[in-house]
Design a protein. Sequence first.
Length: 244
Amino acid sequence: MKKQTNDFFCEQDYAQKTTNRLSPLDLTITSGIIDVLGCGIYVVDYEIKKVCIVSDNIARMCGLNPEDIKRENCDVYLKYVPDDDYKMLLEINEAAFSFLKEMPDQKILQYSVSYNFHLNGLLLHQTFKPLKVKNGFIKLGLFILTLSSKNDIGHIIMQRKNDVDYYEYSLSEHLWEHKCGIKLSEIEKLVLCFSAQGQTSEDIAAIMCRSVDTIKRHKKNLFKKMNVKNITEALICAINNRFF
């Protein structure tokens, strides 16, 4: 299939365009997310159809620097994403925008969409979150990239902030399906949070005044719920599912 940059920009009839789209506050807040827990970010301005912020680690994945990616814009997808993944990304883009545009603006801002795809040979997990919305149309979007905890592309999830349940997109049926999410106990959440801070089972046991065996048991339970093998995979899964 022929790849074109504009494929990624759904036609959105903006009621009003502005010339100063990113305020200093936007830049400060967005920059503060860069490299947190190994995440990379980029921000897309949908009005001017440009990538306006890119973190250094994303650029390194493509063997480029951030300014190169800003100049390349979404042509990066054309160069570094395989054809099958590219086709999937286009379908996700259309399905997500169609799903969200029927909601009130404030509700749209509470949703995020995540999925796996290959970029320059790496299997990545990408999360998209609207940053600015007007009259149902997304004006500014944040993309967060991490290494995927899965082994294949897809796993397309739409989830509202603080909701356990979510929607999963079926590439075969071409529709969103309601799913029940992972429910962790409060102590499992604490164990996960302390692990994200680099604390060992022994450290967590001391902090929570529990035995090491108890902490290990809670870890084993949350591994089972999250369908992962170790704490590293659990933390990646937690990031991907917005537990933090």
